[in-house]
Design a protein around this ligand. Sequence first.
Ligand SMILES: NC(=O)c1ccc[n+]([C@@H]2O[C@H](COP(=O)([O-])OP(=O)(O)OC[C@H]3O[C@@H](n4cnc5c(N)ncnc54)[C@H](OP(=O)(O)O)[C@@H]3O)[C@@H](O)[C@H]2O)c1
Length: 407
Amino acid sequence: MNKVLIIGAGGVGSVVAHKCAMVPEVFGEITLASRTLSKCDAIAAEVLQRTGRTIGTAKVDADNAEETAALIRKTGATLLINVALPYQDLNLMDACLLAGCDYMDTANYEPLDVAKFEYSWQWAYQERFQNAGLSALLGSGFDPGVTNVFTAWALKHHFDEIHTLDIIDVNGGNHGKAFATNFNPEINIREVTAECRHFENGGFVETAPMSLHQAFTCPDGVGTYEIYRMYHEELESLVKHIPTLQRAQFWMSFSPNYLKHLEVLQNVGMTRIDPVMYQGVEIVPLQFLKAVLPNPSDLGETTKGRTCIGNVITGVKNGAPKAIYIYNICDHEACFAEVGSQAISYTTGVPAMIGAKQLLTGDWRKSGVWNIEQHDPDAFMADLNEHGLPWKVIELTQEQAAGFHVA
Ligand SMILES: NC(=O)c1ccc[n+]([C@@H]2O[C@H](COP(=O)([O-])OP(=O)(O)OC[C@H]3O[C@@H](n4cnc5c(N)ncnc54)[C@H](OP(=O)(O)O)[C@@H]3O)[C@@H](O)[C@H]2O)c1
């Protein structure tokens, strides 16, 4: 019987706990641990009510590797699913090495005091995981995660070589709040205010945040949204593992309302991540802002609309140019009905469960540190269809691909 330890009882942690509980033949014993025990207990009560399964809960400081290792040993877990925050990644990888447990996450490491994320820190664990005979799976959410697997699957089944990749992440949902982020506000705002980087002609090119944008019409009536080019972590691993890529870009939709609020918050200094003194106490403005913004895991009840996330990919097959669009559409209200969460947490938590399933039952359990696109994509793609994130693929002309005309 497989035993897993989920770390992080936020929006994503709740979905992972629910979805693992729904696959009892793979996830025999589940423990959910986080900084605040009451949040774990509340999720466990929901899981019991929705699935009839009892999961264990525990309090843990994921920044303390020894403490986490002790919890791994106590639960007997052979896989740790990290859905806490990117700051915890290295400490949790250390804990896994200490206790002899496999590791997986959905976001790459980011130091608390610098708004910068890259894989180098986690790739540096390669030898230690290999020597310990342990497996680490990096980036098993939606983006990174499903978007990487879409690319690997496209390369396996549709292309001899991939030349361009455009990942387009549209959230066509409306939560009805004046301003809210759809996942952890601190991580979200650090990400969207960063310099834009895209890959072109063998290197990354830096441009001002949000400086390039265009309209994008989603298929299946999801609607037309303004998408903005920004940096996203999967670009780093994908250009490394698919070296024929000549250009790789990431785009995300933002509403004018979101951008208006963000601009004001930036202008008044509320997105700063350096500490400031307030009434004799050091506070970090962005962390304070997180405390007053709506909690993303509470947005499920009010969010309506759909997400549409997919890849426009071009390249060659049998010497001829080829282009495809591969995508998933996910309905916020359907997610809420199933697991009590909005679609952003859902589209991250479901692939986390599926990645964990491949590690526990498939052929993904190899010693070392792996990005998700390095594994065979087929079983993961089949599981997406089975576990709530069905996908479609359509062929595009070169002109359609160039203009992102997919609808
Ligand atoms: N790949 C993707 O597609 C994708 C998309 C969205 C999000 N993500 C990633 O998913 C992760 C979770 O996001 P979320 O929206 O669920 O965030 P969240 O709601 O803020 O949840 C984070 C959880 O981690 C816990 N935590 C933080 N520091 C901890 C520590 N030192 N020890 C123990 N627990 C700790 C928090 O505890 P408290 O409740 O006590 O604060 C909270 O329960 C993030 O890493 C995010 O970047 C990935």
